[in-house]
Design a protein around this ligand. Structure first.
Ligand SMILES: [Mg+2]
Length: 388
């Protein structure tokens, strides 16, 4: 018998942080948590799917409650299950996107991605498998590598000069990371160069540093900035300019040997196709960072991977933005290149489920069913409150 969705709850969490990057403060940041309830009983309780936003673009509760949750709740199980009664989130995606116009992929993509993540958590739990294994079986060879390359992402601007930067990098090294990313272009250039030199000194010759411009450069200053940064040995330059200025991306790529990373602010198959067509990105070195949750979820990301493969892009060139557990499962299950981890292991998105740890820049995936939210120290607390 097909599984039936019996209820969906969304809660918007307020997550103030002292962090800043080149274009925003996280002081008023919010994010959505969602619970999808079903009529399937496990251990005497209804089985639930849990989903969580990507952090950085605020919660998606308004759109989810107005349009996408009602469509799922009104649909019959046959609309989102396959012929065997198995939950199929790609069919649920079609239910959610009914009567939606093409184009305009903004916050709608994040609202659908939020619900999509809970549906995939549910699909994996129904089969009593970790999500990464389910994804490997449905979209790949089924023999996913449980060891995933990861890097630590932090280095936000704070009011304490270099103190928090030094503490973050030292802790990441102690945790087993070999690659660290910091924010740049949110301070005058001399201060940024001091931050880079401080980070490189702490990381030493065996580890790498990447920098994230958070879209701060424009046609007038990109050349001079990147010439200055060329003096350093950096793993990549992230989002130097506006995510939709493909012409400037093409000029930057043509003018630098640096690896360029971008895509975290591009939210659809159509926009990803344009980025690859016109952005001048190089298949031998650049990184694609489409955020699975902000990109309508796994259903759309798989379509992006198929489009990119036709354009000659290897899956290992994908290093999704976000640092959340959903993304980690996607990297492992779909054979992508690298997972971004929030540098602070005590934050809501930082760290890993209790049975996982970083070793020499890699983590070994857990066998906890679903996304693994119940096994994550901070996220499990959030959902324990929601499910009480
Ligand atoms: Mg970034």
């Amino acid at each position: 018998m097909a599984v039936r969705i019996t209820g969906i709850d969304e809660t918007t969490l307020v997550m103030p942080s002292p962090n800043r990057n080149a274009n925003l403060s996280f002081a008023a940041m919010t994010a959505s948590a969602v619970v999808v309830r079903t009529d399937v009983m496990r251990n005497g309780r209804p089985l639930v799917g849990l989903g969580f936003d990507s952090i950085g673009r605020y919660g998606h509760g308004g759109l989810a409650r107005e349009r996408f949750m009602p469509r799922l709740l009104a649909a019959s199980p046959e609309a989102y299950c396959d012929a065997n009664g198995r939950l199929d989130p790609t069919r649920a995606f079609a239910v959610m996107m009914r009567d939606e116009k093409p184009g305009g992929h903004g916050d709608r993509a994040g609202a659908v991605g939020l619900l999509d993540s809970a549906l995939w958590d549910l699909a994996a739990k129904l089969e009593d498998k970790p999500l990464w294994r389910l994804l490997s079986e449905r979209f790949g060879s089924g023999d996913a590598d449980p060891a995933v390359a990861v890097y630590a992402s932090g280095g936000h601007y704070r009011d304490d000069q270099l103190a928090s930067l030094k503490a973050e990098i030292t802790r990441a090294i102690d945790l087993g990371h070999t690659l660290f990313k910091i924010k740049v272009a949110g301070a005058p250039l001399p201060e940024d160069l001091r931050r880079i030199e401080c980070a490189l000194a702490l990381l030493g010759p065996k580890r790498k540093l990447a920098v994230d411009f958070n879209c701060a450069l424009d046609a007038d200053n990109a050349g001079s900035y990147l010439d200055k940064f060329a003096e350093y040995d950096l793993a990549w330059i992230e989002e130097p300019t506006d995510p939709l200025d493909y012409q400037l991306y093409a000029e930057i790529c043509a003018g630098t040997a640096f690896a360029i990373a971008t895509g975290e602010n591009v939210f659809s198959l159509a926009d990803a196709r344009n980025l690859l067509r016109y952005g001048g990105l190089r298949r031998d070195r650049d990184l694609l960072q489409f955020d699975v949750s902000l990109c309508y979820g796994i259903t759309e990301l798989v379509r992006i991977l198929e489009m990119a493969a036709q354009a000659g892009w290897a899956r290992r060139r994908f290093a999704p933005h976000a640092g959340h557990l959903l993304s980690l499962n996607v990297v492992a299950g779909l054979g992508l290149g690298m997972h971004e981890t929030a540098a602070d292991p005590d934050s809501l998105f930082g760290g890993y489920p209790a049975d996982m740890s970083v070793e020499n820049g890699y983590v070994k995936m857990s066998d906890v069913p679903g996304i693994g939210i119940e096994a994550h120290p901070a996220l499990s607390t959030v959902f324990a409150d929601l499910l009480r």
